[in-house]
Ligand binder design. Structure first.
Ligand SMILES: Cc1ncc(COP(=O)(O)O)c(C=O)c1O
Length: 480
C-alpha cells in the first residue's frame, strides 16, 4: 500500500471510527452470533495474491462487526469495563505507526522517558508514596505475576531464579476467597503451586478477614511453610470489596511478607481525594497495580505497576545477552528488566494523550460521576421491594438480584439467570453475573466512558420490566 492509498484509507477509517462512536447504541451490545459462525465466513486459506483493501473494509463491516461485543457502548454494564476514549485511540494509532519496540532506553529513548514521567504523574494523581517507582505492564495479571516472582526471589535471596524452586522451601501466598483468578494463575506459573495459595475467608462485606489471615500465616509457620506474599484487592471482581490495607499490612510487616495490592479496577478511584481512605496503610505495601485500561479511559492494554523496591524487581528479571548490551546501561531505565516480556509496546503515549486531553479534574469528574451513578442505582434497588442489594457499593459496581417474597434460593437463582440471559439477548444492555454465598447475583457496572444517568435509569427500567415479565411467563413454579 503506497502512502497515497494509505492516506485515503486512513481518512476513511477515522471517519468510520467517528461514525461508530456516534451510532454505537444502534448495535446489539452483546454479539449475537453462534459459535463457529464467524470462522465459517472466513476462507480456509489465505489469498495468494494481493487483495483490494476495499474488500478488507467490506468484510470488516459484514463479517467482523456482527461478531463484536460493543465494550465502548454506554449500555455495556458487564464484567469490568475496558473503557477507552478518542484521545487514547488517536495516540494508539500513532503508536502503531511508529511501530517502536520499546524494550530498552536506546530502542526509543522518548518511550522510556515518557513512561517514566507518566508513572510519576500517575503516582502523583493517585497520591501513592513518592518512593514508589512505576512501569507500564500489559495487564494486571502480568503485574501480579511480576510481584509474586519478585517476592519469591527476595525471600530466597535470589536463588530460585538460578537454582529453581528446589531451593525455595515451602513458600505460601495468601489472598481472600474473593481475589482474582490471576493470583491463582500466578501462583502456578511462578512455581509456588496453586495449592500453595491459601484462600482467606472474608467478612460480611466480602473484604479479607485480617484475623483469619493472621491465623493462617501462624498455622503455616508452625507447620514449616514459609509465608512469602499476601495479595489484597482494591475492588474485588465479584463485588468490588476493598480489603483493609492497614490491617493486612501490619501483619505483613510483622511477619516480613511481601505485600502486593491488586487494584486493577479500584486503583483508579484513588484519583479522587475522597476515595483515598482505600489507601490507608499504603506505607506497608511493597507493590501495587491498577489498570488505566479498565477505568481510566485508556484503551487496552495499559497496566500501571508500582513497586517500592525497584532494585528487587530488576534483579528478579534482568538478563543481559550480548546483543542487549548498551553504553547507557545503568544510567537509564531499560524497562525490559521490569517485567516478563522483552518486547514492549509504546503504551505511555496513549496515557499521555488521555491525561492531557481530560486533565486531572476532567478524569476526576468522570470517575466521581460513575461512583455516583452506582450509588444512585443502589438506592433505587433498595427502594424496590422485590429486589435485593447483595453487597456494599463502594465503587462503580452494583450487585443485586430479583427476589420475589417466598421464593426458594434455588428458584431465585434460576429466575435471575433467566433474567440475565433475557436482558442480554435483547441487545439493548449487557450485564454479567457473579455468585455470592451460593446466590446468583446480577452485576451492573456504571463505568463506561459515555455512560450517563439516563443510560442507567433506562437500564434499570428494563431490568424491572424484564424481571416481572420473566416471572409472569414462567411462573413461580417452573423456572427452567
Ligand atoms: C481484581 C482484578 N484483578 C486482576 C484482573 C485481571 O486484569 P488483566 O486483564 O489486566 O490481567 C481483573 C480483571 O477483571 C480484576 O478484576
Amino acid at each position: 500500500m503506497d502512502t497515497d492509498r494509505f492516506r485515503k484509507y486512513g481518512h476513511e477509517i477515522v471517519e468510520w471510527i467517528a461514525r461508530y462512536y456516534e451510532t454505537i447504541e444502534r448495535y446489539p451490545v452483546k454479539s449475537r452470533v453462534a459459535p463457529g459462525e464467524i470462522k465459517a465466513a472466513l476462507p480456509p486459506l489465505p489469498p495468494t495474491g494481493s487483495e483490494s483493501f476495499d474488500l478488507f473494509l467490506r468484510d470488516f463491516d459484514e463479517i467482523i462487526i456482527p461478531g463484536i461485543t460493543h465494550w465502548q457502548s454506554p449500555n455495556f454494564f458487564a464484567y469490568f469495563p475496558a473503557n477507552s476514549s478518542p484521545p487514547s485511540v488517536l495516540a494508539e494509532m500513532l503508536t502503531a505507526a511508529l511501530g517502536a519496540q520499546c524494550m530498552i532506553w536506546e530502542t526509543s529513548p522518548a518511550a522510556a522517558e515518557l513512561e517514566e514521567r507518566m508513572m510519576e504523574w500517575l503516582r502523583e494523581m493517585t497520591g501513592l508514596p513518592p518512593d514508589f517507582e512505576g512501569v507500564i505492564q500489559d495487564s494486571a495479571s502480568s503485574a501480579t505475576l511480576a510481584a509474586l516472582i519478585t517476592a519469591r526471589e527476595k525471600i530466597t535471596s535470589y536463588r530460585s531464579n538460578s537454582e529453581g524452586m528446589q531451593s525455595a522451601g515451602r513458600l505460601r501466598i495468601y489472598a481472600s476467597t474473593q481475589a482474582h483468578s490471576s493470583v491463582e494463575k500466578g501462583a502456578g506459573v511462578a512455581g509456588f503451586g496453586r495449592d500453595n495459595l491459601v484462600r482467606i475467608p472474608v467478612r460480611k462485606d466480602y473484604t479479607i478477614d485480617p484475623g483469619a489471615l493472621r491465623e493462617a500465616i501462624e498455622n503455616d509457620i508452625s507447620a514449616g511453610y514459609v509465608p512469602c506474599c499476601v495479595v489484597a484487592t482494591l475492588g474485588t471482581t465479584g463485588t468490588t470489596a476493598v480489603d483493609p490495607l492497614r490491617a493486612v499490612g501490619e501483619i505483613c510487616k510483622e511477619k516480613n511478607i511481601w505485600f502486593h495490592v491488586d487494584g486493577a479496577l479500584g486503583g483508579t478511584a484513588l484519583l479522587l481525594p475522597e476515595m483515598r481512605w482505600m489507601a490507608d496503610g499504603i506505607e506497608y505495601v511493597d507493590s501495587l497495580v491498577f489498570n488505566p485500561h479498565k477505568w481510566m479511559f485508556t484503551n487496552f492494554d495499559c497496566s500501571a505497576y508500582f513497586v517500592r523496591d525497584a532494585a528487587a524487581l530488576i534483579r528478579s528479571f534482568e538478563i543481559l545477552p550480548e546483543y542487549l548490551k548498551t553504553r547507557t546501561r545503568g544510567k537509564v531505565n531499560d524497562y525490559r528488566d521490569w517485567g516478563i516480556p522483552l518486547g514492549r509496546r509504546f503504551r505511555a503515549l496513549k496515557l499521555w494523550a488521555v491525561i492531557r486531553s481530560y486533565g486531572v479534574e476532567g478524569l476526576q469528574s468522570m470517575i466521581r460521576e460513575h461512583i455516583r451513578l452506582a450509588a444512585m442505582l443502589a438506592g433505587l434497588i433498595e427502594a424496590e421491594k422485590s429486589f435485593e442489594l447483595m453487597a456494599p457499593v463502594p465503587l462503580n459496581t452494583v450487585c443485586f438480584r430479583y427476589a420475589p417474597p417466598g421464593m426458594s434460593d434455588e428458584k431465585t437463582n434460576r429466575l435471575n439467570e433467566k433474567i440475565n440471559h433475557t436482558l442480554n439477548d435483547t441487545g439493548s444492555i449487557y450485564l454479567t453475573h457473579t455468585s455470592v454465598d451460593g446466590k446468583y447475583v446480577l452485576r451492573m457496572v456504571t463505568a463506561q466512558t459515555g455512560v450517563t444517568e439516563e443510560h442507567v435509569l433506562k437500564a434499570w427500567e428494563m431490568i424491572r420490566e424484564c424481571a416481572s415479565a420473566v416471572l409472569a411467563q414462567d411462573g413461580a413454579i417452573d423456572i427452567d
